[in-house]
Ligand binder design. Sequence first.
Ligand code: GDP
Length: 329
Amino acid sequence: MGLTGRAQTLFEGITRGDRMSLARAITLVESSRADHRKQAGALVSACSRVPRPKTLRIGLTGTPGVGKSTFIESLGMLLLRKGHRVSVLAVDPSSARSGGSILGDKTRMQDLSVAEGAFVRPSPSRGSLGGVARNTMDSIILAEAAGFDVCLVETVGVGQSETMVADMVDMFVLLLQPGSGDELQGVKRGIMELADLVVINKADGALELPAKLTRSEINNALHLMVPRRPAWTPKCLRASAVTGYNLERVWDTVLKYFDGLGHEWDALRAEQREKWMWREVHDLLMARIRRDEGTRLFAESLKADVLAGGVSPGVAAELIVERFISLKT
Ligand code: GDP
């Protein structure tokens, strides 16, 4: 599909590296209006064809207060000094659920957000988590076309947002605080299994020693896990976003990880695209099924039996899908 009018202007702005055009394009991607969706689709496709050197997509997660924004601010500034152009995007499940947001409420990344060479975008405050995540995937592509070669995607360590972010990035980093080793029983363990790198932040002052202890606990736990990639064993490092301690080492480790990806890199990107295509298929189908009056009424008529246990949810689901297909063909 060719670009017209607004999409064409935005495309030209983006490929010039203009941040304002990039911000406007992301707003277009986030819009739910049918004509905007069409323009956005064409724009994202055009941007994904812009030839660029390899980019690094890095996901970052951690519970509120662990130091994500401080860490991204410090690491981001370090990367600017190294000549990178850094974009920061966010997927915030709290904004999708409640309209409030964990990530966006405070003034964040004060230096980075105004620095030349950086682009910081808060998580949109509307939309389902799936929708927000999908828009983020598109925003990564737009930011890369604008010449941002490192993309940091931040998310809060709750809910399903980590899995979604892990599916859209090349490397996933988990931030922990000193003393948080115990939390890794249960729920957090699932998150740790996604991590290619664990950073124990706040390794400074009185927290230096606890940070060492937590690091060895995490290292023990990492050794027991099955690595996600054959060529990479997840690492754990201590760092301090405030003093800058070990940030260079964190970045070296990130680069080693990317070096190690080698020819797997292209496969990884292809895998990401495929996963997102299927997520999209899933979401579109669900939206169509929900909108279809006949199917909705049929599902409604089954509901009482499902709730009472007379029909199993699996059988009901199959009947609903069959009904939807038969109504459409
Ligand atoms: P977020 O909610 O994960 O984004 O966390 P913030 O970046 O807002 O940080 C939460 C608090 O931890 C703030 O008071 C920060 O100043 C503090 N903090 C962040 N990084 C460090 C660090 O490396 N060392 C110390 N001592 N405090 C930190």
